[in-house]
Structures are given as structure tokens and as C-alpha cells.
Design a protein around this ligand. Sequence first.
Ligand SMILES: Cc1cc2nc3c(=O)[nH]c(=O)nc-3n(C[C@H](O)[C@H](O)[C@H](O)COP(=O)(O)OP(=O)(O)OC[C@H]3O[C@@H](n4cnc5c(N)ncnc54)[C@H](O)[C@@H]3O)c2cc1C
Length: 365
Amino acid sequence: MPDVLIIGGGIAGLLTARELSGAGASVQLLERGEPARESSWAGGGILSPLYPWRYSDAVTALARWSQQAYPGICDELREATGIDPQYLASGLLIHAPDEEAPALDWARRHGYEARIASRGEIRELEPNRADPPETMLWLPRVAQVRNPRLGKALVKDLEGRGVQIRARSPVEALVPEGTGVRVVAGGRSISADAVVVCAGAWSRKLLEPLGTAPAIRPVRGQMLLFRTRPGLIRHMVLEEDRYIIPRKDGRVLFGSTLEEAGFEKTTTGAARQELHEIAVARFPVLADHPVERHWAGLRPGSPGGVPWIDRHPEHENLFINAGHYRNGVVLGPASARLVADLVLGREPVLDPGSYGFSAERPATP
Ligand SMILES: Cc1cc2nc3c(=O)[nH]c(=O)nc-3n(C[C@H](O)[C@H](O)[C@H](O)COP(=O)(O)OP(=O)(O)OC[C@H]3O[C@@H](n4cnc5c(N)ncnc54)[C@H](O)[C@@H]3O)c2cc1C
């Protein structure tokens, strides 16, 4: 079994570490800050791409595999660590009146339960949605996880499995050595049989000096958290690219913005106001509940939202699992399994062709 060094302790890095250590590899993970505090903390935890029919089959394949794996992963993590990632099949309502036919067709082709809900049904499902639209698409099985808890549970689980997680350990460079690379961190050189870059939005920065690098860019997303009571909002609801996510304890997330702001992770007053106005216009009851928190995260943006999961074309021991854009939580388990398959030389669980350095990526969404 190889010894593996993983760079980045977000969902991608932690799930990759879990796959590889589960297969018997000796795994070390280097994280620049604290694990699971960047995009993987900031995200909403919806276990489906938004408007999922707009994505390529490459994204759907990773989502489908992961969606089936999530209940089991969450059960295992809760049992092993006592931390509950709060997997909850709260269902997703989507307003997309012009796309109902392609959406239903996509659902049929890929085996998802989906139907059109009438205004009366929307009122029953979500009584606090003011003036609901005439119809919405209803995907009753779409689930969510509480991603900060998922991150904490993964860290504790990995520590229990003997994975060495080194926080506050930024990797400074990848240096070519023979047919592969070595890693420089804290002024020290580290060699490993395999190095896996899971550095999210920062992955391109690490790989660029080596020549071939993925077109991953930071895309900022801001989110509001309301403190309400359980049951006030019951389901996830997506309209005009803004969504609401009710947690079990009554907290409600409302997001999110899509901003090209480089590596600037600050929040803005304009986004706070815009999100608050839309949230209250749709759910007037929210006006009576305080905003507990407002944050921003940097998504690892990629063309078509298709991640890079591949061996580097020029450096034999170098791999990548990054660029999951808006869907890193839902695509995480399958991506981790696939990159582990490539590292270990196993039969890949999905066809890796669509996620390679040489794969053509669609421009949208
Ligand atoms: C507002 C918002 C809402 C979202 N909602 C959802 C959702 O509902 N569902 C969904 O599936 N996805 C969602 N996402 C997307 C999802 O959060 C990301 O795709 C996912 O978290 C990416 O995981 P990652 O591990 O690749 O990146 P990250 O979580 O960003 O982790 C990368 C890690 O690498 C570390 N790192 C970087 N450079 C170095 C270095 N040189 N050395 C060591 N460590 C380094 C960073 O510190 C970081 O911890 C959302 C994102 C945002 C911002």
C-alpha cells in the first residue's frame, strides 16, 4: 500500500483521506489553516446540484453515486464519532416554469423522483411561502447535510483511523523530482508515493508552476443564517438562483451570491441587504427572526462545474481532486472514491474520462 500525502482539508481532502485509509494506505493530510473551515464550511449542504438537469451527465454520475452513499456515510460517522452530520431528506421545490418538461425528462432518465406541484400543493408543503407561484418542480427525496458537522465528524473519524491531519501547515510548493514531485511545507521537503491536491479554489495556484494546471477559479458565495423555530420552513426551496435551507433545529440558511471577487472572502452590506430582502419577500415570517450570522466562502469554480479527478499528465505520483464548484458536498463521496481508485490502480467506480486534464468541459452552468 502506498503512503499518500493529501493537500487540503476540505470535504474533498477529508473524504479522499477516508477512502484511502479505509483501503489500507498510510495517509497524511496537510491543511493551511484549520480543516473544513473554507468552502466546505460555508456551503449549504444541499445534496443535489441546483437545477440538476442543466448539468452534464458527468456531474449527474458523481451526484447519483454520492447520493446513494450519503446515508451510510453519515450513519458510520455518527456511530464512530458521536457527531451527527444531520442527513435530512427534506425535499427540494424548484421554480423553473419554462424548464419543467426537460427537468421531468432528466429525472426519468436518471431515476429521480420528481413531479409538478400545483399552487395548492405548494401552499400545503410550504405554508409560509407568500403568494406561491402557479407550479413548482417537487423533488421529494433530495436531502441535505449540515456540512460544518460533516467536516467535524470526518476529522474525528480520520484521527480515530490513524490519519495524521496537520493543521496550520501550508504547502509552499510542489517541486519536480525524478518522474514525480515532492512537497515543500514549512521549509521542509516531504516525499510520498502519491500526492493528491484537494486544495479547492487554491488548487490552480499550487499546480501552475508545474506547467499543466486546471482552470479552477474562486467564486465567492455569501449566505445568511436566520434563527427561527423548527417547522417554520419545512423544505428546501430554490427560485431564481436563491434558495432556503431549513435545518432541524429551526435555523434557516438563505443564499447565495455568485461573485467573481478573486480570493477576497469578505462579506458585503449589499449582499446582506439583497439576500435579506428576497428572503423576507418570499417568506415574510422571516422578518420577525434575527439574522444570526452572515458569511462568505470561495467555491472552487470550474467550467460546467465538472471537477478535475485525474493523475497529472507530467508527474507520475501527482493526482488532483478539485474544482467541484457549487457541488463539492454532493459530489464529494464519488469523487473521493474515484481518485482513490486512480491512486491505488483499482478498477474505477465511474468512467474517469470526463474528469481528466484532457477532458472537454462544457461552458455552462
Ligand atoms: C455559499 C456556498 C454555498 C454552497 N452550497 C453548496 C451546497 O448546497 N451543496 C454542495 O454540494 N456544495 C455547495 N457549495 C460548494 C461546496 O461547498 C464546495 O464545492 C466544496 O466545499 C469544495 O470542497 P473542497 O474541499 O474542494 O474545498 P475547500 O473546502 O475550500 O477546501 C480546500 C482546503 O484546501 C486548503 N488549502 C488551500 N491551499 C493550501 C495549501 N497550499 N496547503 C495546504 N492547504 C491548502 C484550504 O485551506 C481549504 O481548507 C457551496 C459553496 C458556497 C461557498
